[in-house]
Design a protein around this ligand. Structure first.
Ligand SMILES: NC(=O)c1ccc[n+]([C@@H]2O[C@H](COP(=O)([O-])OP(=O)(O)OC[C@H]3O[C@@H](n4cnc5c(N)ncnc54)[C@H](OP(=O)(O)O)[C@@H]3O)[C@@H](O)[C@H]2O)c1
Length: 274
């Protein structure tokens, strides 16, 4: 049994609800593997309590917390400073409590790009088509641009895609109805919509016009293999699953709170997938 001492480092994940989160499993696996005196706990926080709870956690000795739905935008307001990706994404998923205040970062885009590379996909190999224009699309779009990628957004609600492209110049916009016809012009397709997730409708995306070698990334990780990824595999394209993004986005937070940079490997993948 792994016991913690009176001086254990503390971190956790704030969300509402938070019971579905796989982050406690990920961080506590790393803590056990490296014999670190610390723990990572789920913190169910109602939206109306978020602004009061975060400073209280800092005062109670927490090193920081992850922030998940629905608090990623609200987390922005409690920060003393934010990193460039968080500013451009308009959302924070990692809070670090320091002597100088609360530092906010967005590591979703970092996790997405690190997962692409782990699958041998170069994010700047060619034009990228991003399905969706929500919070995840923002962070991923900004991180892909930092890698030198040329990105296009397409979204059911065109106004949201247009607003996102305007916030991330020189990103382009494609009508949602044209996403299948235009596919041959792209080297990477990314699904950031919630379509294809358990209890959600499937994503309608015919891949028959894909260029050979198209990489198809889905950020949905429940199920582990979405219909989009199964279709990509069946066509001999390059599927990139979403659980790896979740594992990689956890790395910078763990390093900041617990003082060592952990690695993402097959064992962690199996633990998080179970
Ligand atoms: N792997 C990871 O680490 C990771 C990280 C973050 C998020 N995620 C997952 O990514 C998904 C999106 O997260 P988010 O925070 O970006 O959510 P969000 O801000 O709510 O955005 C949802 C997106 O899905 C689109 N959408 C929803 N229903 C649709 C439908 N019936 N037809 C067409 N488009 C539809 C929305 O389009 P409209 O604008 O038209 O509504 C919007 O673009 C979630 O399932 C989340 O669990 C995974």
């Amino acid at each position: 049994m792994r016991l913690i001492s009176g001086s254990a480092r503390l971190a956790g994940v704030t969300g509402w609800p938070v019971s579905h989160s796989r982050s406690p499993r990920i961080h506590n696996s790393w803590l056990a593997r490296h014999g670190i005196d610390g723990t990572y706990v789920p913190l169910p926080v109602r939206p109306e309590d978020f602004a009061a709870v975060i400073p209280a956690l800092a005062k109670a000795g927490f090193a920081g917390v992850n922030v998940t739905i629905p608090h990623k935008e609200a987390a922005f307001a409690v920060c003393t400073r934010v990193d460039d990706l968080a500013r451009r994404a308009g959302a924070v998923n990692t809070l670090i409590f320091t002597d100088h205040g609360i530092e906010g970062r967005n590591t979703d885009g970092y996790g997405f790009v690190a997962n692409l590379r782990a699958h041998g996909v170069n994010p700047a190999a060619g034009p990228v088509l991003i399905l969706g224009a929500g919070g995840a699309a923002r962070g991923i779009g900004a991180a892909l641009q930092d890698e030198g990628a040329n990105i296009t957004f397409t979204n059911r609600t065109p106004e949201r895609a247009a607003a996102l492209a305007a916030a991330l110049p020189p990103a382009k916009v494609l009508p949602w109805e044209s996403r299948e016809d235009a596919l041959s012009g792209f080297a990477l397709l990314v699904n950031t919509t919630s379509l294809g997730m358990v209890h959600e409708p499937p994503l309608a995306m015919d891949l028959s016009r894909a260029a050979p070698g198209l990489a198809v990334a889905d950020i949905i990780f429940a199920p582990l293999e979405t219909q989009l990824l199964a279709d990509a595999k069946a066509r001999g394209l390059k599927p990139v699953e979403g659980l790896g993004m979740l594992l990689h986005q956890a790395v910078p937070g763990f390093e900041a709170w617990f003082g060592m940079r952990p690695t993402v490997d097959e064992e962690l993948y199996r633990i998080a997938a179970a």
